[in-house]
Design a protein around this ligand. Structure first.
Ligand code: ARG
Length: 753
């Protein structure tokens, strides 16, 4: 997994310039008032999480156009001057030619002009000398218009704050723009100017949020001249395309521009408020640039005494926001579990992803074999049942994924509820991963019902799973003759190891599953089972990563959460290329091919008979002690040790009594160069190919059984040279390999009745 650096890049969203602007006759400039009045919209009548602005509300907002499309926002500060962000105009350290830019004024919807809307060409672009990159500050620019703007109800300048002006923390201000409504999700037609209310955050509070690892595990150092506005819980923010636009606050009946939209980490993410260029500190620079132009920008005195604002929280005890999704007080009872009831068919299981949207397999509702199958028109009789929710909800809309009918991994549909549900304790939405989310091998996961599948046999504890690394997944599948792609970034398959056949006695062929994985107590919908995975173990799941943008585009307000766990463990990330362990018919390695009398071959092998009906393999590690896998001895969820009999010296020699279920947990034995056999691993639940290393349990074993024999620590000279027909060296300590769960049985002589 590579780490990407998100943002501070400008993504240029090019939108066509409305024709009316291009050939509008730019009439003579209106008479300019003597004293420039600023910051007062005519009294009348996205930005992420915002809403359509009313025409004329923000008359200083301009659109900066390049190559025929909107690139950035800006604000009119004087008839001939527009304030914007430097990064909109600087590429590779040079300011782009002013002639390539034009300014649209008095625009509301980019679809058509307002009365009084007009365009101006740009005569000059001025950028502070010390600007180099957004995240290093001084991200502001002044544009001198080739001819003054025509002021009117739709076109008016904003007031600028003096250097001494203080905007109190917690003040509600407004940001405006035609930028993306979510990450990589452009404002839809007809591009109505969006407004969003943002709260000013104190420097310490903002720095505190940015000091906690967020997307890509990144932190950030706020610099002087920057200002933060937004919310710790995210969800309302500016985004790509809003840059250069104003953040304005009302004081004494006038609007002052506190900030210029500059950058952020993603958009609307938790604990990552938007960063703005603070305007007040640049009073002197602005005055210097506009010197001589009449009338210049207005810097009215601050109407009230500068307020000190609420006491800022200290850095070490600021309030960071926790995820609002994925909370399940008791694993297994999922507050997002949704059942879609369609008359005439079995309930279809899905997951609540926001207050109004449920995600479920499209194949529940569409015929996957018929690509032309139209989504059903009559949703009137459909109902959605949610946990702890007395009412059956009606369905307003069904939006299948565009590839749903031919791509298994896209077998998804979103259902909109007619009325949003109140997100209290339950129902609650599940968290969804961003495209760059990497679920760490070893993550604790669970399987949950998905689609129209059968209920799982056995108790819910069977649905616990542990995520395998991409390499294990690839190797195990390869050994079974099935294709699982090489581990990629993002991964193309997720493999959880879980109890299946060995406990239930059969393969859950008819059951479809979703894979829920937990990070720091928060549950993510990580993947959904391939329809066609059959009985292969471990089952491969299609990761949901790739679908995050589609889901949040359709179901605005879905909870895409940043990765919460970054603990890569001592092995670090899975970056090196591994080789798959060797494979024989009987396991990964270590079984002697030539036939030999069984008792002689494996004198340490024990038959462990549990509760009279299960048999698994044990290993005699000392005269009085046998080692066995925990899951063989204990039933999931049970803590009482059942009655156990151990048979020695007969492993495999006599047939098992009828009715005994063999619980597979074969030990992996490897032979050292010295000729001794060593217990290296125990088969992981549900696999005959994957072994958990025993060595991490050395301390526990030797503490409990001091007389057990251990070979010198790993890397020992006992391992045979490469190429000999023994254990592959990467097996015992493979990164991301599951831990062995072992049980030591103290033997007492068997009194046979
Ligand atoms: N740099 C972006 C632009 O050029 C603005 C991003 C603002 N991001 C944020 N999360 N507040 O449009």
């Amino acid at each position: 997994m590579s780490q990407h650096l998100l943002l501070p890049l400008v993504v240029f969203a090019i939108r066509p310039i409305p024709g009316d602007f291009k050939d509008s006759a730019f009439g003579p400039t209106q008479e300019q008032p003597e004293d420039l009045d600023c910051g007062r919209p005519e009294p009348s009548a996205r930005i992420v999480g915002g809403s359509d602005a009313q025409p004329g509300t923000w008359p200083w907002q301009v659109s900066l156009q390049h190559g025929g499309g909107h690139i950035c926002g800006g604000s009119l500060i004087a008839p001939s001057w527009v304030l914007s962000a430097a990064h909109c105009f600087v590429t590779n350290g040079t300011v782009e030619p002013a002639a390539e830019w034009s300014v649209l004024l008095g625009v509301h919807s980019q679809d058509g002009p307002l009365d009084g809307a007009h365009a101006r060409t740009v005569a000059a672009i001025l950028v502070p000398d010390n600007y180099s990159a957004v995240e290093l500050g001084a991200d502001l620019a002044l544009l001198r218009l080739a001819s003054p703007a025509r002021l009117g109800p739709a076109v008016r300048p904003i007031c600028l704050p003096r250097a001494s002006h203080r905007f109190a923390h917690g003040t509600a201000c407004w940001a405006t723009g035609w930028g993306d409504v979510q990450e990589a999700d452009p404002l839809p037609f007809p591009w109505v100017l969006q407004e969003v209310k943002l709260r000013l955050l104190g420097e310490a509070a903002c720095q505190c949020l940015y000091s906690r690892p967020g997307p890509f595990n990144l932190t950030f150092q706020l610099l002087p001249g920057m200002l933060c506005a937004g919310y710790a819980e995210g969800r309302r923010d500016t985004c790509q395309g809003d840059s250069g636009g104003p953040l304005v606050c009302e004081e004494g009946g006038r609007w002052f521009q506190a900030g210029i939209t500059s950058f952020g980490f993603g958009c609307g993410r938790r604990n990552r408020p938007g960063v703005f260029t603070a305007v007040a500190p640049y009073e002197a620079w602005i005055r210097e640039q506009v010197m001589g132009s009449e009338p210049g920008p207005a810097f009215p005195t601050q109407p009230q005494e500068p307020q000190s604002g609420p006491r800022e929280p200290r850095e070490e005890n600021c309030t960071i926001a926790l995820p609002e999704c994925g909370k399940a007080p008791r694993p297994g009872t999922w507050p997002w579990e949704a059942q879609v009831m369609v008359p005439g068919s079995r309930p279809c299981h899905g997951a609540l992803v926001s207050e109004s949207w449920v995600l479920a397999p499209a194949s529940c509702f569409l015929d996957p074999t018929d690509p032309d199958d139209a989504p059903p028109g009559d949703l009137g009789a459909w109902r959605v049942l949610l946990p702890s929710h007395p009412r059956a909800e009606r369905v307003a809309r069904l939006v299948p994924h565009e590839n749903a009918s031919w791509d298994d991994a896209s077998d998804l549909a979103l259902l909109q509820l007619r009325a949003p549900v109140n997100l209290s304790a339950a129902p609650r939405p599940v968290c969804l991963p961003h495209p760059e989310h990497y679920f760490l091998p070893g993550s604790r996961c669970r399987l949950a019902r998905w689609g129209r599948g059968e209920r799982a046999p056995g108790p819910g504890a069977l649905l616990e799973a542990e995520l395998l690394s991409g390499w294990w997944c690839h190797c195990l599948y390869g050994h079974q003759g099935a294709e699982v792609p090489l581990p990629g970034d993002p991964p193309l398959a997720l493999c959880p190891a879980y109890l299946e056949e060995e406990e239930a006695g059969r393969c859950w062929n008819d059951t479809r599953w979703s894979l829920l994985c937990r990070e720091e107590g928060t549950w993510f919908l990580a993947g959904v089972a391939h329809l066609s995975s059959g009985c292969l173990r471990p089952r491969a799941f299609s990761p949901l990563h790739a679908h995050g943008p589609w889901i949040s585009h359709v179901a605005r307000g879905a909870y895409l959460e940043d990765q919460l766990a970054w603990d890569w463990g001592p092995e670090g990330e899975e970056t090196e290329t591994h080789t798959c362990p060797m494979h024989t018919e009987h396991g990964a390695c270590g079984l002697r091919p030539e036939a030999a009398p069984v008792e002689v071959l494996w004198p340490w092998l024990a038959e462990v008979h549990v509760a009279g009906d299960r048999v698994c393999a044990g290993i005699l590690v000392a005269p009085g002690w046998v080692l066995a896998a925990t899951h063989c001895v204990l039933r999931p969820g049970s803590t009482t040790v059942p009655h156990i009999d151990v048979y020695l010296g007969r492993a495999g020699a006599s047939p098992l009594p009828q009715g005994h279920q063999v619980t597979s947990a074969p030990p992996l034995l490897c032979r050292t160069g010295g000729g001794s056999w060593v217990l290296v691993g125990m088969a992981v639940r549900g696999s005959r190919e994957l072994f958990a290393a025993v060595s991490p349990e050395e301390a526990w074993i030797s503490q409990t059984v001091p007389e057990a024999h251990f070979l010198p620590p790993s890397g020992s000279p006992y391992w045979p040279p490469e190429g000999s027909d023994l254990c592959p060296p990467d097996l015992a300590g493979a990164s991301g390999s599951p831990r062995a769960a072992l049980f030591l049985l103290l033997l007492t002589p068997l009194i046979q009745g």
